[in-house]
Design a binder for this molecule. Structure first.
Ligand code: NAG
Ligand code: NAG
Ligand code: NAG
Ligand code: NAG
Ligand code: NAG
Ligand code: NAG
Ligand code: NAG
Ligand code: NAG
Ligand code: NAG
Ligand code: NAG
Length: 878
């Protein structure tokens, strides 16, 4: 990398040198009107050094009246006329707006205009751009333009290349409502990239046959892909990915007749079918991304024709059968991504000299690991986790894979042996782990490992060894792992106190030791590194108080100390943690009343508050409810807890009681807003201010001593899916406003002293008797005691069969949509989400891989763009 960067640098110097010596010898051809237009344009913009700069200096800094404007950087003139015909200011850290009176539009002879990768402050693209009648190339991508693309762009009848790609997350993203017109009028177009632009239409049938590159990623396209696209004779790159409403099918016959297609990305497009043999005709393919396309059946043998393919992504489909060994011998293949399919059978020998990354995780592969894996000496990523591999593997098996930086073997039935040594205890295998000098990620989850905790090499950044049978105390030598970012020791039998020396690991962001047998107190002086984002000690035997030192971790997002023996009052001081999203203190011995001091903005980001099964007394914390900003606003932007690197390996999890059963929520925390104050000794009335917590999905205040009426304001909780007020002393009627709670799936008012009619309509037909039992005064359906005015038809009761599974999947659907919307916000990139409910055992892997894949693709694309840009620059400059 470094060498390459240096190479480019010297190349540029060389170019500059040429330009200077050249400029002194050419005639003075700059036209005055052109140079003054350029200078005026420069004046309307500022340079923001904090923006990424792709060149080594700002082009505009060379714009100086004493030099011929045709020699200015980024400017090229027609040698005959002196008019500026090319202006390239891409990635020059420019900030400002280009309005319709901008002097830019005086450069009316422009043929190529590139303003990409600057910051035009969400301004609209002026209709004046339509007056550049000579324009052949226009690039305004990643430049923070917003609003509608003016229809005047379709006047640019000479346009060959139009690149307007933009970030999907921009609040006022670009929209192209006259997409059809654009294609109709721009008949010379060869390159069109509208990534992230909201097109919101079907794809028109007629395309210019000149197209070489068509990129409409994340453009909200819907309908069916016209087959004619696949037959465009010169097409090199087709990217319709992340249009989740789009469907399509592959031509069965020979397509793309000149086999020009190099890059095909249909990620997320619904193909609903097999991979056709005809893919084998695309002999120039370098990249094939068909992840999440709803394709099934076997991998066709014809894929072995794709001798130029480097990237093959078929993850997240329903492909089955065995993985043909010919895939592994594709001579150019470097990245093979087949995870999350239904591949079964034995894994055949992997004979490849090109593969660098192999992901076969989440399939049903079985049998022994093929010996040939040992020969993959160049592989950096190997993921075989979540399969049915069995047999014993000697710890020396992976010894020759010197470049391995990530190895996933978890969730198989592999037992590790050590045939060369007598002892097979884990510390023995350490010797071998130490051979992986560059191993950064060690994933040994769920492997029936016994003995004491093995300590990996000190280069390890991510160490996951949860769900094993490790016992004994945690060796203090773990504190030598000073590069550690994530440590996941959950679900073992580890004993002893929490090591104070863990505080020496300043890079530690995630510490997960939930469900062990750790004892002792958390000393008030306890110190972790200041990067700590997630601390999960749920389900141990910790005593004493919640250490006040936790208020130092300003990055803390997730704190789960539930199911311990902590004896304290409510740690209100945690409210000063600005990023805290999840706080679970359930099932401890916390007590006293919860009083809220007069401080601004307590728990501003909290989305999950679980204080259930403690001994809190007096009134519900009205003062606290006045804060909790995140629970009072329905926020679409979704700030997920986020950890750089190793995403996909670690997910925050927290146990909540939802919809009547306990489930574990993994990495979805940010979508799921929960207040659980159940099983305490709260008294008094339910404060009506609780109705302002409108973002809440789960509200549980059952099993307390609450009195009085149910406040009608609770009818404003429009998102609430689970509402449990059972086992209190509530009186009066059920507020009629509850009939409007259409999201409600679990509703429990049992064991109170409620009376009167049960509201009817909407969701209310779906609740059964047990929602109301133990309230002698209630009447109306579903109870047999009538209210005298029952008018609800019996036939509508059939919906009450809505079972848990179905309602879960509804939730998941919403979640899925949410995850997709959230992606692209920048924040969610690199984030991975697994959501699964332990009780149903259903993995929700789709969202995880989509985000992972998009990330990988994005990174590849960024690199490519940069390469292309450098290439373009050189061409322009020479
Ligand atoms: C313009 O360029 C000349 C010669 O390179 C230099 O002396 C002068 O300072 C420059 N002026 C500005 C405003 O940059
Ligand atoms: C299409 O192009 C023609 C010729 O350049 C132009 O006259 C017409 O206005 C364009 N139509 C639209 C709607 O832009
Ligand atoms: C595979 O390539 C060969 C030539 O290399 C060609 O004859 C054959 O038709 C191709 N098969 C498919 C299914 O594309
Ligand atoms: C693959 O799945 C299809 C159904 O989608 C099934 O008919 C077929 O038997 C499966 N093949 C194998 C090898 O499992
Ligand atoms: C490993 O990489 C080297 C250098 O790129 C190459 O010569 C060799 O064939 C590769 N070996 C394998 C097994 O991939
Ligand atoms: C095997 O373990 C014992 C103690 O458990 C130790 O003394 C011995 O050195 C170990 N053998 C080898 C070969 O490491
Ligand atoms: C790892 O340990 C070695 C000595 O065993 C030491 O030289 C090296 O600096 C350590 N690296 C880190 C990142 O702590
Ligand atoms: C690792 O930790 C142990 C115990 O804390 C200590 O004795 C040892 O010197 C450390 N080793 C290195 C290489 O830092
Ligand atoms: C909590 O600690 C206090 C003393 O600090 C003690 O009196 C009380 O019994 C403890 N509560 C429980 C449930 O252990
Ligand atoms: C069932 O309820 C829906 C609205 O919830 C209503 O539109 C429909 O007419 C009802 N069906 C019968 C048979 O009453």
């Amino acid at each position: 990398m470094l060498n390459m960067g240096y190479g480019q640098f010297s190349f540029l110097l060389f170019v500059c040198f040429c330009q200077f010596s050249f400029s002194s010898s050419i005639p003075h051809l700059c036209r005055k009107d052109q140079s003054s237009a350029l200078l005026k344009f420069k004046k309307t913009l500022t340079v923001d050094p904090s923006l990424v700069l792709c060149n080594f200096y700002y082009y505009t800094s060379s714009w100086n009246m004493s030099i011929d404007c045709c020699s200015w950087d980024g400017v090229i003139c027609d040698e005959m006329t002196g008019y500026v015909i090319e202006l390239d200011l891409s990635c020059n850290s420019l900030v400002g707006k280009i309005d319709s009176i901008s002097s830019l539009f005086q450069l009316s002879h422009l043929e190529r205009l590139d303003l990409s990768e600057n910051n035009f402050s969400s301004s609209h693209i002026s209709p004046e751009f339509g007056k550049f009648s000579s324009l052949t190339h226009l690039d305004l991508s990643w430049a923070d333009f917003s609003g509608q693309i003016p229809s005047e762009i379709s006047h640019l009848s000479k346009l060959q290349s139009l690149v307007l790609s933009t970030s999907y997350s921009t609040v006022q993203r670009l929209a192209a409502h006259d997409f059809r017109l654009l294609l109709q009028n721009l008949t010379l177009l060869r390159v069109l990239d509208l990534t992230g632009v909201s097109i919101s239409s079907t794809i028109p049938l007629n395309f210019s046959s000149h197209f070489t590159m068509l990129v409409l990623e994340q453009s909200e396209l819907y309908g069916v892909i016209p087959e004619s696209i696949f037959h465009l004779p010169k097409l090199k790159m087709l990217d319709l990915s992340s249009n989740y409403q789009l469907s399509g099918y592959f031509p069965k016959t020979k397509w793309n007749s000149s086999a020009s297609l190099i890059h095909l990305n249909l990620l997320g497009v619904n193909i609903s079918g097999n991979l056709p043999e005809s893919l084998g005709y695309l002999t120039s393919l370098n990249t094939l991304f068909l992840a999440l396309c709803n394709i099934w059946g076997p991998i066709p043998e014809s894929l072995s024709n794709l001798t130029h393919i480097e990237y093959l992504f078929l993850a997240g489909n329903f492909l089955n059968g065995t993985i043909p060994s010919s895939i592994f011998s594709l001579p150019s293949l470097t990245n093979l991504e087949l995870s999350n399919n239904h591949f079964s059978g034995q894994l055949e020998d992997i004979k490849s000299n090109s593969l660098l990354s192999i992901d076969l995780g989440y399939n049903q592969l079985q049998g022994h690991l093929p010996k040939s894996i040992q020969n993959l000496v160049n592989v950096t990523n190997l993921d075989l986790s979540f399969n049915n591999f069995s047999g014993s593997v000697d710890v020396s098996f992976f010894l020759d894979l010197k470049h391995l930086s990530s190895l996933g073997l978890s969730y198989n039935s592999i037992s590790f042996t050590n045939e060369n040594k007598v002892n097979f205890t884990l510390p023995e295998s350490l010797v071998y782990l130490h051979h992986f000098q560059s191993l950064e990620t060690i994933d040994l989850r769920s492997n029936s490992l016994q003995g004491s905790l093995p300590i990996p090499p000190n280069t390890t950044r991510f160490f996951f060894i949860s769900e094993n049978n490790l016992s004994g105390e945690i060796p203090s030598s773990i504190c030598n792992l000073t590069s550690l970012g994530m440590l996941d020791l959950a679900r073992n039998n580890l004993k002893g106190a929490i090591l104070q020396c863990l505080g020496n690991i300043s890079s530690l962001r995630v510490l997960d030791m939930h469900h062990n047998s750790l004892t002792g107190t958390l000393p008030t002086t306890f110190r972790f590194g200041s990067s700590l984002r997630s601390l999960n000690l749920h389900g141990n035997k910790l005593e004493g108080k919640v250490p006040q030192s936790l208020s130092n971790y300003k990055e803390l997002q997730v704190l789960d100390l539930g199911h311990n023996h902590l004896n304290d009052t409510f740690p209100m001081w945690l409210g000063t943690l600005p990023k805290l999203q999840v706080l679970s203190l359930r099932s401890n011995e916390l007590h006293g009343s919860i009083r809220t001091p007069m401080i601004e903005n307590i728990f501003p980001n909290l989305r999950m508050l679980d204080l259930s099964s403690n001994a809190f007394t007096e009134n519900l914390p009205t003062g606290l409810f006045q804060h909790l900003k995140s629970m009072r606003t329905i926020d679409q932007t979704m700030n997920a807890p986020r950890y750089e690197g190793a995403d996909g390996y670690y997910q925050d999890s927290v146990a909540v009681v939802s919809k009547g059963f306990e489930c574990e929520i993994v990495r979805i925390l940010y979508l799921y807003t929960v207040i659980d104050l159940s099983s305490n000794k709260f008294g008094g009335q339910i404060p009506s201010i609780m109705g302002e917590l409108i973002a809440v999905h789960i509200l549980n205040i059952s099993h307390n001593g609450l009195k009085g009426h149910i406040p009608p304001s609770l009818g404003s909780l429009s998102l609430v899916e689970s509402l449990d007020l059972s086992s209190n002393h509530l009186v009066g009627e059920i507020p009629a406003q509850f009939a409007s709670l259409t999201s409600l799936e679990v509703f429990n008012l049992s064991y109170n002293h409620l009376e009167g009619c049960i509201p009817q309509g909407n969701q209310f037909q779906t609740f059964e008797n047990n929602s109301y039992e133990g309230n002698d005064g209630l009447c109306g359906l579903p109870l047999s005691k009538g209210c005298g005015n029952d008018s609800v038809s019996e036939t509508n009761d059939t919906v009450s069969g809505l079972d848990d599974e179905e309602s879960n999947s509804e939730f998941l659907n919403d979640f899925w949509k949410g995850a997709l919307m959230g992606y692209g916000s920048g924040l969610c990139i690199g984030l991975s989400i697994i959501y699964f409910m332990i009780s149903t055992g259903k993995p929700m892997w789709l969202a995880r891989i989509i985000v992972e894949l998009e990330h990988k693709i994005m990174m590849g694309r960024r690199k490519k763009q940069r390469r292309q840009r450098n290439y373009r620059k050189r061409n322009n400059q020479l």
